[in-house]
Every structure is written in C-alpha cells, then in structure tokens.
Design a protein around this ligand. Structure first.
Ligand code: ATP
Ligand code: MG
Length: 423
C-alpha cells in the first residue's frame, strides 16, 4: 500500500460531527447581519501580493513572514488572503460602490497565514468580518461594538470582555511616533530583536510586544493618550458615551495598537480568559485612510474580524449545548418493492413536512442491521415499511428513545402522527 497523504500542517478538515457547530454559528451571524442591515460580500481567496503589502503594511508580522505568496504562471505575484479587509476595500473601489455611499458589508471564509500552528492558531483559519464604509461619526463605531455584544449574547457567551483604545488621527500618530522613537532609541539596549527591527519601520507595534522581558521598557514609554488630536479625543469620548448608554462594559487599554498598519482612531478587541494565550476572539477598528491609500476617494471606514475557530473553541470550553444534528425519523425497508415504495413515501413525507429530517435506508440489509443503523443514526423513531405494511397501506412505528409498544398506523394518518417528532 502506498503512503497516505495527510492534510497540510495547520490546515484542518471540519468533519461532519463538527460542521453543524459551524452551521449553527453561521446561522446566528447571517440572521444578525440582516437585522442590522449588513449585506454579504464574497471576495476571491487570492489577490495581488501588492494589495496586502500596501494595506496591511510592509513592517508587520503578516507581510514580513506570514503570507503564502507565489508566482502565478504568467509571473504575477499572488497571495492567499491573510485577512479580508484589504480584499473588501479593493472590491469596493473596483466596483465603485464606496464613493459617496454608505455600505455595510460582511464576509466569511478561509484566511491563510504561515504562523506556528498551536491551539487557536492555524495556517488556514476562518474569519467572519464586518466592514462599514462612508460613516465617519462614532455612532458607527458604537454600532459595530453593540452588534458584537448582541452576537455574544445570541451565542450564549458571557465571558468576553471589551478592550478599547484610540490611535488618534494619522497626523497625531506620526507626531507621537517621533516621541516614541526618541524614547525607544534612548533604551535601545533593552529592546529585543523584533523590536529593534520595528524601531524604524513600525515602532508602535513594539508596544504590542508579547515578550515579558520588554514589559518594563514598554510601561515606561510615553503614552499615545497624551499626544492625541482634539477631534480624536472627542470621537473617543462620544463612543464611550454611546457604549455607556448601551450598558456595554469596556476597559481602555492604552497599549492596544493592533497588528495592522491601517487603523486610526478607534481600535478594539474582544478578549476571553478561557482560551489561554490565544484569547482574542474578535478585533477591529476604524481605518479612515485605507480606501484612499488603495487608490479610492477618501472614505471613512471601520470594521472588525472574528476568528471562527477561536469562537467555537470558546463555545466548547463553556459547554454551550449545540443544536442536535440527527434525523427525526429512520425509514426501514424490508422485502420486495419496498425500496421503490420507500423512496416515494419518504418524498411524500418531505413534501408535506419541510422541516422533517428523514433518513431512508438505502442499500438493503436484514431487519436487524437496519434497526442497528436506525438506532445509531440518533433518530427518535423508526418507520418500518415491509411486505405486510405495503399490502395494508400502513407503516409500523418503533420508538427508539422511549419505552413504548410499537404501533401500526395507516399511511394516510402518518403526517398527523409524525408532526410530534419534528424538532
Ligand atoms: P493574534 O494577536 O492572535 O495573532 P491578530 O492581531 O493577528 O491576532 P487579526 O488579524 O486582527 O488577528 O484577526 C482577527 C481575528 O482572527 C483574531 O482576533 C483571531 O481571533 C483570528 N485569528 C488571527 N490569526 C489567526 C490564526 N492564525 N488562527 C486562528 N485564528 C486567527
Ligand atoms: Mg497574528
């Protein structure tokens, strides 16, 4: 036998026993999005490499070391998307749906980053993302956070807390950057290699370092809060007011800078303590400059992205019950012509009971083996269509989950009877 081929490290199958967890999540999200007036956009999984280096930033973990980049057959450099915002903005500009318009969009799908695989960190993972264009006021930032809070509630997750910060205007950030670089240069000997590398290209990211040895030097750094422009301060104050009104708790974390370059003003993360080191479930913020940076007209924008694997792991860690995924009814077929009649009977039941889940035995088998399959399927009842039943226009009902004698009923009365077995 030849060696079997395995999936790529950090890229996982979602098997049938797990996929309904995903579907339950997706249903919550779809319904929530339509209730807030957001519409779905679907972008390709592959884009020009330039798109990501121009938007995410050259000196970021993603662009420096995490992208799956390859040479197309005609020599173009392409990249498997590491996130969705860049592609969403690209699509918006390309199709002219951003300028002078308000767009509230969402997307869901696989993203690719060449990171060290570990719990909650994969090379193919999935994001649900929301992007909103054309609204500069902080009520939009508040809406994004409020709908996030409603999402946690719909998913029965009550252990996710909100961290909030503001990065100020691009100009304020540039000024602060100079002050920060002065400070960090003064303490150059205490910086680790990553930070030294970032000192020129992306010094703000140093504040986000997870290296404990850097903690002290970071704590001593000048605070961005002291260098904000008035408009950003007002924006932030207003946002906090809206969140207070909505009863949403938050912590202002002045060290929250986010790993992508394009953010300005509001940034936020939804964090949990239940998932160890990979505790950020959802992250986002405002990125008013990005559309212009990618060649569009200046357009206010804000959004967030949620890691679906982490969210599902959190649901599991908190033992949130998942809706069942088994059939309501298993149809057993015995004897000559029962397959023909059985297929028709199952279709008739499906026609008349759109929500009924009925699993029909295909492929024959003894009564005993079919009963075993019925039991294993998780169905609540088994319907038996055998020679006698076909002759009498009846079916026999066996109750698989309750102590109750089997019962024979007419096929005409079947609809009425099975209604009680639909969940
Ligand atoms: P982290 O700090 O955990 O690396 P990030 O800042 O790189 O996260 P974003 O780019 O903001 O993450 O992506 C938004 C969300 O997507 C994250 O909060 C997380 O839930 C999820 N996510 C990011 N990278 C991965 C990954 N490699 N595997 C699984 N989920 C991920
Ligand atoms: Mg990351």
């Amino acid at each position: 036998m030849s060696k079997t081929i395995q999936s790529i490290r950090g890229m996982h199958d979602v098997l049938p026993d797990e996929s309904h967890h995903w579907q339950a999540f997706e249903e919550v999200v779809r319904s929530l999005m339509s209730r807030y007036g957001y519409r779905e956009i679907r972008m390709p999984a592959v884009e020009s490499t330039d798109l990501f280096s121009r938007s995410i930033g050259e000196v970021t973990d993603i662009v420096e070391k995490e992208m799956y980049t390859f040479d197309d057959r005609n020599g173009d450099m392409l990249t498997l998307r590491p996130e969705g915002t860049a592609g969403c903005v690209r699509a918006g500009i390309q199709h002219g749906i951003l300028h002078n318009q308000v767009q509230r969009l969402w997307y869901m799908g696989p993203m690719f980053r060449h990171e060290r695989p570990q719990k909650g960190r994969y090379r193919q993972f999935h994001q649900f993302g929301v992007e909103s264009f054309g609204i500069a006021d902080p009520d939009l930032d508040a809406e994004l956070i409020i709908l996030g809070a409603r999402m946690w509630k719909s998913l029965q997750l009550n252990d996710i807390r909100l961290e909030l910060n503001t990065l100020g205007s691009n100009q304020a950030r540039t000024e602060y950057r100079a002050v920060l670089v002065d400070y960090l240069t003064e303490h150059r000997d205490r910086l680790d290699d990553d930070s030294l590398r970032r000192l020129d290209g992306n010094p703000l990211r140093i504040l986000d370092s997870k290296n404990p040895a850097m903690k002290q030097v970071i704590e001593g750094a000048p605070s961005l809060m002291d260098h904000l422009d008035t408009a950003s301060v007002e924006h932030f104050e207003q946002l906090k007011l809206y969140l207070d009104d909505a009863g949403i708790e938050y912590t202002v974390n002045p060290r929250l800078v986010r790993g992508l370059d394009y953010y300005c003003k509001t940034v936020f993360e939804w964090v949990t303590d239940q998932l160890g080191a990979q505790g950020t479930v959802c992250a986002g913020g405002r990125y008013d400059g990005l559309v212009e940076q990618l060649g569009g007209r200046p357009t206010a924008a804000a959004g967030f992205a949620l890691g679906i694997e982490r969210l599902l792991a959190l649901r599991q860690a908190m033992n949130i019950p998942i809706p069942h995924d088994h059939p309501d009814i298993y149809l057993l077929l015995q004897g000559e012509s029962s397959s023909r009649k059985g297929l028709l009977l199952a279709e008739k039941l499906r026609d008349e009971n759109p929500r009924l889940k009925i699993l029909s035995n295909c492929g024959g088998g003894s009564f005993k083996s079919q009963m075993k399959k019925a039991d294993k399927s998780g169905a609540l009842i088994a319907l038996i269509l055998g020679q006698q039943e076909i002759a009498d226009d009846t079916v026999t009902v066996k109750f698989l989950r309750e102590r109750r004698d089997q019962q024979t009923i007419s096929q005409n009365g079947l609809n009425e009877f099975i209604k009680q077995y639909q969940v």
